[in-house]
Design a protein around this ligand. Structure first.
Ligand SMILES: Nc1ncnc2c1ncn2[C@@H]1O[C@H](COP(=O)(O)OP(=O)(O)O)[C@@H](O)[C@H]1O
Ligand code: SF4
Ligand SMILES: [Mg+2]
Length: 368
């Protein structure tokens, strides 16, 4: 069983994910959305998860929250396909062939995957909170935003007085700089813009004083100006609150802005994980190199349109997760691929302190 370098000095680990697998059942077969992922988040740091759409980032977040199994089971049930529903009941198959979640998600010493649901409920929202992807479904249209912001506190604190709760709601809506919060907290979500809704969701994630917040694509539904404002709010959260952040995005610019360390995800696997400076300036994995070379630097953005160098990008598209290529999943798109890359899945290994990589050719990337 793989163990990460959690004993190292620096902040103590708050989240240790080990050999996590999260597979959906689907009519085409198993969707290996999270496939043998191991990462550590330490106290007070921001770890970015960067990957193209469909690489498994949201499934990773749901697994950490202890919500994956329920959602995958729901999808199987909603499909009305007896085969898919039976797939969940087949406990005999090896882990690699079974839908559901396996591995370890140790949050503050407790395994989110093996504790009973009523224990998880005590942790979710209070100690570990999620800012979910997609503003559309995140807020309940039936309730005022004040009511919804209060919910994480109400759920966990029976004794809190109404006046105290209202004071807290207004304090947190103020922290995320929601305009006219004192007048508008009684209004329903439809009266708020996308950027404002995202601020409300951040307030909801913070109000119960969690140790860790997972932000899943917090800026992706917003225009550029709003994105900047939300990044500023998250930067303030990182700097002024005593929380760890797991920041999930397909946008390298967003991840670069806030993360201390970055994990790059492809086909459900972490391909490289290291300090942000290393990952952006001297990546060692061919996939990270491709991602970073398709990411315009600020210096490039400041050049006149016609003078900007062309971004190289990565040829081709990620595969369907029910048909992941054998060997290294990146091999059909990798200009460094050799025979072993098509035959064996590379191991995920720590090649230097705090730098993890999944590539057969680490340290030897001459083009064939
Ligand atoms: N409820 C579901 N049932 C079956 N497959 C799903 C479900 N949700 C997501 N997937 C599939 O899982 C893979 C990973 O999705 P996701 O975790 O949302 O990736 P990302 O957040 O990186 O875009 C995709 O192939 C997606 O189509
Ligand atoms: S293992 Fe091979 S195919 Fe995969 S990234 Fe490394 S060189 Fe490319
Ligand atoms: Mg997602």
């Amino acid at each position: 069983m793989l163990r990460l370098g959690v004993w190292m000095a620096k902040g103590d680990p708050i989240l240790v994910v080990e050999n996590l697998r999260a597979y959906y059942p689907s009519k085409k077969g198993l969707v290996r959305a999270v496939d043998d992922v191991s990462i550590v988040v330490r106290e007070g740091e921001c770890v970015g998860i960067l990957g193209e759409s469909g690489s498994g980032k949201t499934s990773l977040a749901l697994s950490v929250m202890g919500l994956f199994e329920r959602i995958a089971r729901f999808s199987a049930g909603a499909s009305n396909d007896p085969e898919l529903m039976r797939a969940f009941r087949e406990g005999k198959k090896p882990l690699e062939e079974r839908p559901g979640v396996s591995g370890k998600v140790i949050f503050r010493g407790q395994d989110m995957l093996s504790i009973p649901e009523d224990e998880r409920v005590k942790i979710r929202g209070k100690e570990l909170s999620l800012i979910p992807q997609g503003l559309g479904h995140a807020l309940n249209p039936q309730h005022s935003i004040g009511y919804q912001t209060a919910e994480p506190v109400e759920v966990h604190e029976d004794e809190i007085r109404l006046i105290e709760l209202k004071r807290k709601v207004l304090e947190y809506l103020g922290i995320v700089q929601l305009a006219d919060a004192g007048l508008r907290y009684v209004m329903d979500p439809s009266t708020f813009s996308g950027g404002e809704s995202q601020r409300i969701l951040i307030a909801m994630a913070l109000i119960a004083g969690p140790y860790m917040v997972i932000a899943d694509e917090p800026t992706s539904a917003l225009d550029v100006t709003m994105q900047r404002q939300i990044l500023n709010v998250l930067g303030m959260v990182r700097d002024d609150f005593d929380v760890s952040l797991l920041l999930i995005s397909h946008d390298a610019g967003v991840v670069a802005e806030l993360s201390n360390r970055v994990a790059v995800m492809y086909c459900g696997k972490i391909m490289e994980f290291g300090p942000a400076v290393k990952m952006f300036h001297e990546p060692d994995h061919p996939y990270t190199m491709g991602l970073m070379s398709s990411f315009p630097t600020i210096a490039m953005m400041q050049m006149k349109a016609g003078k900007r160098p062309r971004l190289r990008g990565i040829p081709g598209d990620p595969p369907d997760l029910t048909e992941i290529p054998s060997g290294c999943p990146f091999n059909p798109r990798c200009r460094f691929a050799i025979d072993i890359c098509r035959e064996q899945v590379p191991e995920y290994r720590e090649v230097e302190t705090d730098h993890w990589i999944r590539c057969h050719r680490y340290g030897d990337l001459s083009e064939e």
